[in-house]
Design a protein around this ligand. Structure first.
Ligand code: SF4
Length: 160
């Protein structure tokens, strides 16, 4: 579904709901697209301070993570002392929001990847375009931000 100028009065909750539904669909397609590739799941790529390559999330991706926490009745996880993603489990080896992880966590390539030699660049760009579209239809000024920035802002807000 695409909103048009005639839909300018579509209530924000409806826009949000649509953006999240579209985001979940994009995330599903991303996993499908990247199915031929795999890695040993060492979670090295989740050590965000060490890699210096955090995933960048659109607002709807962050909202999907928050909804996951809400469904699980879990609070926002604190910062990790090792600089790893706060969504890692205590061992630092497992993502606790794996099914709802952001786009960048599904499409990350490192030296440990195995699979076809050619990456699905065109399909990835199409999906990113779809993700951007879903977000700007929800919030005109929407921009992606690194996961640690979303997390820091949410932590700050939760402390008042
Ligand atoms: S959301 Fe999950 S997969 Fe992505 S960086 Fe964090 S722990 Fe790793």
């Amino acid at each position: 579904m695409k909103f048009t100028d005639d839909d300018a009065e579509v209530p924000e909750p409806v826009r949000r709901k649509h953006a999240l539904a579209e985001t979940r669909e994009v995330l599903r397609k991303a996993s499908e697209t990247y199915r031929p590739w795999s890695c040993p799941s060492t979670a090295e790529c989740c050590q965000l301070t060490k890699t210096g390559r955090p995933p960048w999330l659109w607002p709807s991706e962050w909202a999907v993570l928050l909804e996951r926490l809400k469904r699980d009745a879990r609070p926002l996880p604190p910062l990790r002392a090792d600089g790893g993603c706060p969504f890692l489990d205590v061992s630092g080896l497992r993502c606790t929001v794996y099914e709802d992880r952001p786009f960048g966590c599904r499409t990350f390539f490192c030296h440990r990847v195995s699979g076809p030699s050619t990456q699905p660049t065109f399909a990835t760009n199409d999906l990113l375009h779809q993700l951007e579209g879903a977000n700007v239809e929800w919030q005109e000024e929407a921009q992606p931000k690194p996961l640690p920035e979303w997390h820091a802002a949410a932590l700050g807000a939760s402390r008042g």
